[in-house]
Design a protein around this ligand. Sequence first.
Ligand code: AR6
Length: 187
Amino acid sequence: MLKKEYSIRNSFLELVLGDITEMNTDAIVNAANSSLLGGGGVDGAIHKKGGPKILQECKKIRKFYYPNGLPTGEAVITSGGKLKAKYVIHTVGPVWSGGNHGESRLLKKAYYSSLNLALEKELTSVSFPSISTGAYNYPVQEASYLALKTIKNFFYKNSEITKIVIVLFSKKTFNIYLSTAQMLFLQ
Ligand code: AR6
């Protein structure tokens, strides 16, 4: 497994080339859609491997808290079902529409909402996929900068979460995150 670790204050950020459904961090983050009822990409893989319990919990969340769907940038939490991770944090990243429709603010918000939920649950380790860069078409270069910058800022404000992993599904995406991280963390 290709891996690169950075030490930021008292915590660690890891970039990993792999499948997020294999991660054994306390939680893994799902790049979901507003319906919370599943889809393709990482969402499909998480529901497939995690089993029906996750979907049942998502349906309850919809019914009781978000009858109109989870707004972009927000996050909710369910159990991890059959996954190694105990929890799945479901967030909705923005669809890329050229860059002038609040995309960067909403992408940052998706990372922050997920991390704040992990804090509330007193979790210490979380894995993220590269939110919005698949079906939602966010350019990977820009997304990697926002994701890494947001995580860096988070580590400067909070020390309870000691490990954040970004799991990249292709060598190409991994390399883009790697070069952004070198630029942000090794100066
Ligand atoms: N592990 C890690 N990363 C993965 C995995 C995996 N198992 N599978 C795919 N990726 P996407 P989005 C990568 O499309 O752009 C869904 O249908 C993928 O290569 O999963 O936020 C939802 O239901 C890409 O780099 O999420 C929504 O409708 C990244 O994960 C919509 O797609 C994100 O790609 C959300 O689109």
